[in-house]
Design a protein around this ligand. Structure first.
Ligand SMILES: *[C@@H]1O[C@H](CO)[C@@H](O)[C@H](O)[C@H]1NC(C)=O
Ligand SMILES: *[C@@H]1O[C@H](CO)[C@@H](O)[C@H](O)[C@H]1NC(C)=O
Ligand SMILES: *[C@@H]1O[C@H](CO)[C@@H](O)[C@H](O)[C@H]1NC(C)=O
Ligand SMILES: *[C@@H]1O[C@H](CO)[C@@H](O)[C@H](O)[C@H]1NC(C)=O
Ligand SMILES: *[C@@H]1O[C@H](CO)[C@@H](O)[C@H](O)[C@H]1NC(C)=O
Ligand SMILES: *[C@@H]1O[C@H](CO)[C@@H](O)[C@H](O)[C@H]1NC(C)=O
Ligand SMILES: *[C@@H]1O[C@H](CO)[C@@H](O)[C@H](O)[C@H]1NC(C)=O
Ligand SMILES: *[C@@H]1O[C@H](CO)[C@@H](O)[C@H](O)[C@H]1NC(C)=O
Ligand SMILES: *[C@@H]1O[C@H](CO)[C@@H](O)[C@H](O)[C@H]1NC(C)=O
Ligand SMILES: *[C@@H]1O[C@H](CO)[C@@H](O)[C@H](O)[C@H]1NC(C)=O
Length: 572
């Protein structure tokens, strides 16, 4: 068991004790000297008890029954029972996927693994966030999740049986470093070694994300996590250990998943986390600055250790941004939206070493600009543009106009000063951009008409090396799925199926127009803990029966649909 000496935790004890209501004060604690803490102490002091799954040993894969691999009857590649009226399905001869296209699926550690305290894992901020009453809609945690920590062999066997060739997963930082820094937990390294080796045994290529939001809780309590520049060296040390442990077999790495989103999670609820004296509204941007530096340093180190054949990038996210009207103000709103979202990370990393002008106008009022050495460090630290692109949206200027909004820090849209909508303008009929996803995922619509436009925008704006673009996440939350009680109803997920078909056709259009789309990683291969939505929102292409002891998985129709488009258009 790892032990770590750190006086800094004392201030966290204050937070924990405030929560449970004891009257210990800061000054009383400051008289205490340092404390030697075990990982169990961290759990006891900062998190409390956790739920444990019924199965807590590694389960060997069993063969996938052939009856569960029969596609639904409405797919193009399936020979139908006679007598039904089926329109002829014609292949488009302009379309094909290149031979080396990644037909992938994605997942992330905290959302699927469970086993949160097992084998020496330290707590992450999400172990605590899920215990903040109401932070997740139904107070659900990732304590057990899909129990993938013990079922990964079966999970990999199941995706391989469907013909998937790439599996994108994330490493739990606090399994490798229970305190975020300091002692290494060998059991964590052993686990991911076996996940990677299992992938290779099934001819599935593993790609690894180092940070998918599950920040070691200790680092948040110690110095504010991503709010502090101290995170940079701790992240690089963790990346270093991972590159050295797994880099012989993992040839594609993502440093950070969706920094826009995890930085926008700041401020964390300050009754439950130690408070740091950075104004709330500025906290996301402190995080963003440190995230860019952490990424860039990890990239440089990774390339020096693993060589040019290993691809390293980060996963950005966002949809195509459509101006609501043809006005110049709406065109400006679109540009501001790209600057404040994708450009926040993509401009420094792909283009300039620093932020886009409109963002810099705001950030320079409180953040140090990147020095010229930092700009040199940052610029050019991505080998591909990995983009999580689920949906698209309309953008337009604030009611008072962009200039007046920029003059008024109390405007609800300040500092971005762009407004958004999922409906066309009234002049254009006011229709929704595309079918809405589940009510608990109001940000998501089936806006697949805009996939080619987005991919062109990425290529033309950020010019990734060799034009490489990867759709590193996309997927859909079937409406009301959580309310369905008949299993067959859940498995026949028609809107999600339509989404995958149309999305893959969007990629085929982009490929036919000369873009270098490397692959697609569907989110997700199983139902899982959807962060603040808990298990109420389903993104899985497999259903998980959360009431069965082994959390049984079943393929939904959408999984077959996703694979079917690929099978029809893959070059022979
Ligand atoms: C979550 O927990 C809080 C506090 O215990 C409670 O008020 C709330 O009703 C719970 N939410 C649900 C959906 O159970
Ligand atoms: C990476 O780890 C090695 C030890 O395995 C160490 O010698 C080296 O200094 C580390 N590099 C960085 C940048 O942390
Ligand atoms: C936390 O810090 C912020 C920024 O200094 C401050 O506005 C807020 O009141 C603090 N919250 C608490 C509970 O002390
Ligand atoms: C490394 O790969 C990039 C493309 O990712 C290429 O542009 C560059 O020339 C390569 N460098 C070396 C030294 O081979
Ligand atoms: C925007 O311009 C295009 C062509 O330039 C035109 O077809 C379209 O109707 C215009 N839309 C609006 C809302 O004015
Ligand atoms: C954003 O647009 C909505 C819908 O048109 C409008 O009601 C709202 O006032 C706008 N917000 C601002 C701050 O302009
Ligand atoms: C914004 O503020 C500047 C300087 O105070 C002023 O000159 C300008 O007229 C203002 N613009 C708007 C649209 O309010
Ligand atoms: C076939 O693909 C081309 C190129 O993407 C596209 O322009 C055309 O509309 C497609 N035809 C059909 C019938 O989908
Ligand atoms: C992608 O971008 C590159 C360079 O920015 C450009 O040369 C190329 O034509 C673009 N590809 C397509 C298909 O537009
Ligand atoms: C786990 O085991 C307990 C005790 O046997 C049982 O009550 C519970 O239903 C089981 N949980 C699941 C998900 O099967």
């Amino acid at each position: 068991m790892a032990r770590y000496l750190l006086p800094a935790l004392l201030s966290s004890c204050v937070v924990a004790q405030n929560v449970i209501g004891t009257a210990t004060t800061n000054s009383a604690l400051s008289k205490t000297t340092s404390l030697e803490l075990s990982v169990d102490d961290l759990w006891d002091v900062l998190v409390g008890p956790v739920a444990v799954a019924n199965i807590t040993t590694i389960v060997e894969a069993t063969p996938i029954p052939t009856s569960s691999l029969i596609p639904p009857p409405n797919l193009a590649s399936y020979s139908f029972p006679n007598g039904r009226q089926i329109p002829e399905m014609v292949l488009n001869s302009s379309w094909s996927f290149p031979k080396d296209f990644w037909l992938g699926v994605a997942g992330a550690a905290y959302q699927i693994e469970g086993a949160v305290k097992d084998d020496g894992r330290g707590p992450s901020i999400w172990d605590k966030l899920t215990r903040v009453p109401g932070y997740t809609v139904a107070n659900q945690t990732g304590d057990i999740a899909d129990n993938n920590y013990y079922f990964y062999k079966q999970d990999i066997a199941r995706i391989a049986a469907m013909g998937i060739n790439t599996y994108s997963f994330s490493i739990s930082w606090s399994r490798i470093y229970p305190f975020g820094a300091g002692p290494i937990n060998q059991a964590g390294i052993d686990h991911y070694n076996d996940v990677i080796n299992t992938c290779l045994a099934y001819n599935v290529t593993p790609t690894v994300t180092l940070f998918h939001w599950d920040l070691p809780l200790f680092l948040q309590e110690k110095y504010g996590g991503w709010l502090s520049e101290d995170i940079v060296d701790d992240f690089v040390a963790y990346a270093n250990t991972s590159f050295q442990a797994f880099g012989d077999r993992v040839k594609t790495w993502f440093t950070l998943n969706e920094p826009i989103v995890f930085c926008d999670d700041y401020p964390l609820p300050d009754q439950y986390f130690k408070n740091f004296s950075i104004p709330y509204k500025q906290q996301p941007y402190y995080c963003g600055r440190n995230a860019v530096l952490a990424h860039a340093k990890a990239y440089r180190l990774g390339k020096s250790l693993l060589g040019n054949d290993t691809l390293i990038s980060f996963k950005n996210n966002g949809g195509y941004k459509i101006p609501l009207t043809n006005s110049s103000a709406d065109a400006q709103a679109v540009q501001r939206a790209y600057d404040y979202n994708e450009g926040w990370f993509a401009d420094p990393i792909f283009l300039t070493g620093t932020w886009p002008d409109s963002l810099n106008d705001y950030l320079s009022t409180f953040l140090e600009p990147f020095t010229s050495d930092e700009q040199t460090l940052i610029k050019g630290t991505a080998d591909l543009f990995a983009h999580d692109a689920y949906t698209s949206q309309f953008y337009y200027a604030p009611d008072v106009g962009i200039e007046a909004c920029l003059n008024d820090t109390t405007n609800s849209l300040y500092p971005g000063c762009f407004n958004t909508s999922y409906t066309y303008s009234t002049a254009d009929g006011g229709w929704l951009i595309g079918a809405a996803a589940d009510a608990n995922a109001p940000w998501l619509h089936k806006a697949t008409d805009w996939v080619p436009a987005l991919l062109h925008y990425i290529n033309d704006t950020w010019a990734p090396p060799l034009g490489r673009i990867l759709v590193s996440e996309f997927g859909f939350a079937e409406p009301f799925e959580v309310y369905k009680t008949i299993v067959a109803d859940v498995l026949t997920d028609q809107i999600r199926s339509d989404y995958y078909k149309a999305y893959m056709e969007g990629i085929l259009i982009a490929l036919s127009e000369g873009l270098n789309i490397m692959g697609s990683l569907a989110w997700s291969f199983v139902d899982n803990l959807e962060w603040a939505d808990g298990y109420t929102v389903k993104f899985g292409m497999q259903r998980v029966d959360f009431d069965s002891p082994s959390l049984d998985r079943s393929y939904k129709a959408s999984f077959f649909q996703y694979v079917d488009v690929f099978k029809q258009y893959i070059q022979q």
